[in-house]
Design a binder for this molecule. Structure first.
Ligand code: S3P
Length: 429
């Protein structure tokens, strides 16, 4: 597939609903008694996997236009699925559903995804779930398929060895209907959508510093969820606007949850022209983000606590770094090697084709700003990773080059309307 979308990007737009919040709303809707309306969810390959999986467990889920309605008789009425729960490319579905199924105690199920999921470590969730008493087996004790057998589980106090909202959430889902206190301590705080939404559905959950305490055993009650736009999708438009001449783009109703908004801090630190208007909300914060072309951007150096707050934005931040006025570094981000693909390798190998210079580290990279000319006939690899493909498209637009990507279908995982939304903002120069 060839990509050429050059021009000036101006106007007001929205991005699809937040992926993490949509997955959790579908899961908590299925676990709660009553009707959960989900407004403006992300409708994409990944979230449709979660939707289908919840149907297989017995929830009645309908799609009304752009919204979902989940009707369920509650967690105690969910049943073992007759067939394998297929999770496609979705790591979040695979990991969270493993915790959810362990928490249902009487379930026998097998969970399996596509070829990329088959290579993603699941022992990170199965180890703590086994400490709770879950009976789960993996291929080579590490990879899907995940086979869950009925078991009685007990609460757990767990020190997270890595910053991972998926691991934290799997433990919390398992703890929801388990009498007693399930406690998770984090070293670096990861996204907190599960904690916020479980409280909204009536779970007894409290957060103090980097410790989450869930007192299990309460039935959940359905509530409506309005999903804000995904800041991880907005990130591609934010970077595009910062680095393309004449750009002035406003993205409305984007999640501003502090556990996700690290990219805004980085852009502000770089001197980027960005303005945030927060709207009133209870629960998840959201607002509008206006970004304008900024020719002179300072470099950035990120490590430590900020990394989980922008983990999914690191590929597109590598593009931004190529346009800064000095060397930028990313450290403490070894987790990138365990995403849809090894994103450190993918970012470096594909952006080097544009002439960007990198130094690779085990846990990140250094970017020397600047770029060259793409070789005639160069074929770019998308690695079946939505964020790598969108990163490549933004870079190609910014350097005014037509590129060919081997397979760009994975965009559907999180931002199916990406190319047409860009087209909607584009004016011919
Ligand atoms: C997610 C958590 C993050 C993130 C992923 C979505 C979630 O993964 O990279 O895209 O919804 O919980 P980890 O928790 O594995 O870091």
């Amino acid at each position: 597939m060839k990509h050429l979308l050059n021009g000036t990007f101006t106007g007001t737009t929205r991005v699809p609903g937040d992926k993490s919040i949509t997955h959790r709303a579908l899961m908590l809707g299925a676990l709660s008694e009553g009707t959960t309306h989900i407004s403006r969810p992300l409708i994409s390959a990944d979230t449709l996997r979660t939707l289908e999986n919840m149907r297989q467990l017995g929830a009645d889920i309908t799609r009304d236009g752009d919204d979902f309605t989940v009707v369920s008789a509650g967690h105690s009425r969910l049943k073992s699925p007759l067939e394998t729960l297929y999770t496609g490319n979705s790591g979040t579905t695979t990991r969270l559903i493993t915790g959810l199924l362990a928490g249902l105690k009487n379930i026998t199920a097998s969970v399996e995804g596509d070829a990329t999921i088959a290579k993603r470590p699941m022992d990170r969730v199965v180890i703590p779930l086994s400490h709770m008493g879950a009976d789960i087996t993996l291929k080579d004790e590490k990879y899907p398929p995940v086979n869950i057998h009925p078991a009685v589980i007990k609460p757990l106090e767990y020190e997270m060895p890595i910053a991972s909202a998926q691991v934290k959430s799997a433990i919390l889902f398992a703890g929801l209907f388990t009498e007693g206190k399930t406690i998770v301590h984090e070293t670096h705080k990861s996204r907190n959508h599960s904690e916020i939404m479980m409280a909204q559905f009536g779970a007894d959950i409290a957060v103090s510093g980097s410790t989450v305490t869930l007192t299990g055993g309460k039935d959940l009650t359905a509530v409506d969820v309005t999903v804000p736009g995904d800041i991880s999708s907005a990130a591609f438009l934010i970077v595009l606007a910062l680095i393309t001449e004449g750009a002035d783009v406003t993205i409305e109703n984007v999640s501003l949850n502090e556990t996700r908004s690290g990219i805004i801090d980085v852009v502000k630190h770089m001197g980027g022209n960005i303005a945030i208007t927060e709207h009133d909300s209870t629960g998840e914060k959201f607002g509008d983000i206006r970004v304008q072309y900024t020719p002179d951007l300072k470099p950035f150096h990120i490590d430590g606590d900020i990394i989980p707050r922008l983990i999914d934005e690191i590929p597109i931040l590598a593009v931004l770094a190529a346009f800064a006025n000095g060397e930028s570094t990313v450290r403490g981000a070894e987790e990138l090697r365990f995403k849809e693909t090894d994103r450190i390798t993918a970012v470096i190998s594909e952006l080097e084709k544009f002439g960007v210079s990198f130094e690779e580290y085990k846990d990140g990279f250094k970017v020397t700003p600047g770029y060259g000319t793409v070789k005639e006939g160069e074929l770019f690899k998308g690695y079946h990773d939505h964020r790598i493909i969108m990163m490549l498209i933004v870079m190609a637009i910014a350097v005014n080059t037509n590129i060919e990507i081997d397979d760009d279908s994975a965009i559907d995982v999180s931002f199916p309307s990406f190319v047409s939304d860009l087209e909607g903002l584009r004016k011919d120069r």
